[in-house]
Design a protein around this ligand. Sequence first.
Ligand SMILES: Nc1ncnc2c1ncn2[C@@H]1O[C@H](COP(=O)(O)OP(=O)(O)O)[C@@H](O)[C@H]1O
Ligand SMILES: [Mg+2]
Length: 82
Amino acid sequence: MVGFETRGARIDVLHGIDLEVVAGRTLGLVGESGCGKSVTMMAAMGLLGKRGTVSGSIRIDGEELVGKSEPEWRKSADAALR
Ligand SMILES: Nc1ncnc2c1ncn2[C@@H]1O[C@H](COP(=O)(O)OP(=O)(O)O)[C@@H](O)[C@H]1O
Ligand SMILES: [Mg+2]
């Protein structure tokens, strides 16, 4: 689940998405405008910013990223992609 804090209220914009990106393969995400393609990949890369909140699980090489600080997130992603 991904949500944003807007004017004091939390708006959930992404529900029940489950995908796997396999190393060396290309994954295409197709859907109408506003369905959540950009938000999905921004969340996966830890780039939602301060107002974005993620719940559920995002793992890289089996390592959980949700709940980590931005520097820790970057460190894990860098290590996995090296
Ligand atoms: N920073 C944000 N604050 C509030 N809502 C957002 C924000 N970014 C995206 N959204 C909302 O999330 C939904 C998905 O947007 P987005 O991922 O950009 O769609 P797509 O890339 O598939 O066109 C939309 O309803 C959009 O308005
Ligand atoms: Mg987009």
